[in-house]
Every structure is written in structure tokens, then in C-alpha cells.
Design a protein around this ligand. Structure first.
Ligand code: ADP
Length: 382
């Protein structure tokens, strides 16, 4: 090959390389184009940029997914480059020749082709990085919007709860006073009973609202979890029995004490059990378990009721989310549970599927932990 021919060949390779990179950059800039589409169209740019386009096939592998030209087979003479995003290998670009070609700089490939495949891999890595940053920014904005919404709901809820608390206290107090009157006609006695029961239900809602908006600061003292649960079960067991629900308790005798607000913990337990009762309208089994869990304690509340779909599971901790009728649910129970558990430095996990029941696992740090690791929610893993 004379000098002119060599220069011409080098120039042709350079033009092919630039065309390939330019086309990839163009693809990446198309508005609204998904990464998958870019990679699928991007892989088609590979064959024309190599020396023997008619026998060249390409593949881009990223995060376990492959985008390949129609004739790609992972065999024969191959040139590859890793796609490395933020120091992590996430995939590769591979170019193969379908039939053997004579040896050149790197197997049958030119050193310019090595440069090109590396440049393509870097471009794709940058693209993935940029898309990830955009996604992260979007999620962050969503979270901020969500937090804003919650703060507004919280303020509103706190105001309403505060205003209603006093008149409701009066209704309850006067109804209970009236109940003490001797010789009440039976119908009046029954009506008063209904007023008291409804007021208690309304007070429970207000209590949840005030807890949700952190109107009631926690009074933390050393607490035995089992004792709190026993108290809660005392008045929940009769309700379970009325609904045909058998209560099975497996309370570990050697639990460490925790530093917690006992009445808030009781609220956590009551809210979980009331949900379990609602989930088993035809009766069933409620299992309450406690166990030592690393340095902390574990409380599991499990039912074999109707369970939850993935869509429901996604929203259960969102205030006012409910699948129940107006008279049955307010959508405050689980957000309150979540608020209390996290303010005690704990975590809550849920396992459920439609028709398969539900299990709520609450993990709380032990007393000694609370002083040293305030509000570190991820420390208890078991
Ligand atoms: P509410 O009980 O007032 O609806 P929660 O915040 O306590 O509010 O619960 C939200 C939703 O989560 C419920 O409406 C229900 O759909 C679902 N849920 C909670 N616990 C259970 C459970 N143990 N089994 C099935 N679904 C449940």
C-alpha cells in the first residue's frame, strides 16, 4: 500500500469512527427517547463502523439486558469493551466477525477500532450516568412534594383534631354522666351506649390525628414490651373472640427493656391488631410474637386474613389511604404506627399477598442502644 492509500484508509477509518460516535450522540439527544431504545438503535451503528460491515455483528449488554444486531452470535473473532458506570462494571459492547478475517493489530481488528469501541463504551456509560442522575433528581422532587403534602395534611389535621377534642370530650363526659341516672328507659340507655361508643371511636381517630401531627410528644421511660402487649390484648381479646378470631401469643420471656412511650407503643399494637381483625371478617388466627432481635426487640403481628395486593402495599403508610368504608377506616392507623416506630428509632416491615394474610414486623432498639444510637433506624437487622 503506498503512502497515499494508507492515509486514505486512515482517514476513512476516522470518518467511520466519528460518524458512529456522532450518531450515538444524536440518538442520546432525542427528547423522550428511552435508554433501551437508544441502545437498540445504537447497536446498529456498530457494523458500518468496522472494516467488514457485511460480516460484522454487534451487541450491547447492560445490567443483564442485551441489545444485539440480528446476526449476532457470541462466537468467533470478537472485540469487547466494558461499560463502567461510577467505577462499576455494568455491561459490555461486543463486536464479532461472522467469518474469520486476517490478523491485524488486535486479532483481525484495527487499533482505531479498539479506540472506537472504548469510546462507544464510555459514551454509553456517561449516558447511563446522566439518566440515573435525572431519575434520582425526579425521585427527590417527588419525595419533596410528598413531604410537603404530608406537612400540609399534618398541620390541617392537627388544627382539626385540636378543635374537636374539647367538644367531643364534653359529649362523652355528659353521655357517661347521663348513663349514671337511675331508672333510664331501656331505649334511652341503649342510645346513650351508642353515643358513648361512637364518641370513643371518634376520640380514637382524634388521638391518631394528634399522634400523626406529633401534637403529643413521647414520654419515654424503660418499658417491657410484653407487658404493653398484655395490656393491649386484655381489651382486644374479647373483640377478637366476638369475631371468631383465635389469638395465639408467643411472647419471649427474655426480652431486653426498651426506652419508649408505653402508651404510644400500645397504640402501635392496637392499630395493627384492629387492622388484622378487619382483615379477617369470617374469623381466623391472630398471631402475636415477640423475640430478641440482635440488640433490640421484634414484635410480629400476623393474621391469615384477606392480605394485600402490591398496589395497596405501596400506599399503606400514606396518611388517609384506606380501602375500607367511611365508617370503618380513616387511613390513619398505619401512618401513625410508622411515625411512632421511626420516632423510637425502629423499623417496620410488611409481608403480604392477596388471600395470604399479612405480617407486620416491628423492630425496636433496646434501652442501652437508645442512648448511644439515637434515631438510627437501620441498626437493627434480623
Ligand atoms: P385504615 O385501617 O383506617 O384503612 P390503616 O392506615 O390502618 O387505615 O390501613 C390502611 C390500609 O392498609 C387499610 O385500608 C387496608 O387496605 C390495608 N391493611 C392494613 N392492615 C392490613 C391487614 N392486616 N390485612 C390486610 N390489609 C391491611
Amino acid at each position: 500500500m503506498d503512502q497515499e492509500q494508507t492515509q486514505y484508509a486512515a482517514l476513512r477509518e476516522r470518518v467511520k469512527e466519528l460518524t458512529c460516535l456522532y450518531s450515538l450522540a444524536q440518538l442520546a439527544q432525542r427528547p423522550g427517547m428511552a435508554l433501551e431504545e437508544i441502545l437498540q438503535q445504537g447497536v446498529e451503528l456498530l457494523p458500518p463502523a468496522w472494516q467488514y460491515p457485511e460480516v460484522t455483528a454487534g451487541r450491547i449488554a447492560l445490567d443483564g439486558r442485551c441489545y444485539a444486531t440480528a446476526n449476532f452470535k457470541a462466537a468467533g473473532q470478537m472485540q469487547s469493551a466494558a461499560i463502567v458506570v461510577n467505577g462499576q462494571r455494568r455491561g459490555s459492547i461486543d463486536v464479532v466477525y461472522a467469518e474469520p478475517k486476517p490478523e491485524l493489530d488486535e486479532g483481525p481488528f484495527l487499533k482505531e477500532e479498539r479506540n472506537l469501541i472504548e469510546a462507544m463504551a464510555r459514551h454509553i456509560a456517561l449516558l447511563v450516568e446522566r439518566r440515573q442522575a435525572e431519575e434520582d433528581r425526579f425521585h427527590l422532587q417527588e419525595q419533596l412534594r410528598h413531604a410537603d403534602r404530608l406537612a400540609t395534611i399534618g398541620q390541617l389535621a392537627a388544627g382539626v383534631a385540636h378543635e374537636l377534642n374539647e367538644p367531643l370530650g364534653n359529649i362523652l363526659g355528659f353521655a357517661q354522666l347521663a348513663q349514671k341516672q337511675p331508672d333510664l328507659p331501656p331505649q334511652v340507655a341503649r342510645d346513650l351506649e351508642k353515643i358513648v361508643a361512637t364518641s370513643l371511636y371518634a376520640r380514637q381517630i382524634i388521638n391518631n390525628l394528634m399522634l400523626l401531627s406529633r401534637q403529643i410528644p413521647p414520654q419515654k421511660t424503660p418499658v417491657g414490651l410484653n407487658a404493653v402487649l398484655e395490656q393491649g390484648l386484655e381489651f382486644l381479646e374479647s373483640r377478637c373472640a366476638r369475631n371468631g378470631i383465635a389469638v395465639v401469643r408467643q411472647l419471649s420471656p427474655d426480652l431486653p427493656e426498651i426506652i419508649a412511650d408505653a402508651s404510644q407503643l400500645r397504640q402501635v399494637f392496637v392499630n395493627l391488631v384492629v387492622n388484622a381483625i378487619h382483615a379477617m371478617p369470617g374469623g381466623g388466627t391472630l398471631k402475636v410474637t415477640t423475640a430478641r432481635c440482635g440488640d433490640g426487640v421484634l414484635l410480629s403481628v400476623e393474621d391469615d386474613g384477606m392480605g394485600m395486593s402490591e398496589e395497596v402495599l405501596r400506599d399503606i403508610f400514606v396518611p388517609f389511604f384506606t380501602t375500607k368504608d367511611v365508617s370503618e377506616g380513616t387511613g390513619l392507623g398505619l401512618p401513625v404506627v410508622h411515625g411512632i416506630v421511626t420516632s423510637h428509632g425502629g423499623t417496620i416491615q410488611v409481608q403480604s399477598a392477596p388471600g395470604q394474610g399479612a405480617r407486620f414486623d416491628v423492630r425496636l432498639p433496646a434501652a442501652a442502644d437508645e442512648h448511644t444510637k439515637e434515631d438510627k433506624t437501620d441498626d437493627i437487622l434480623c
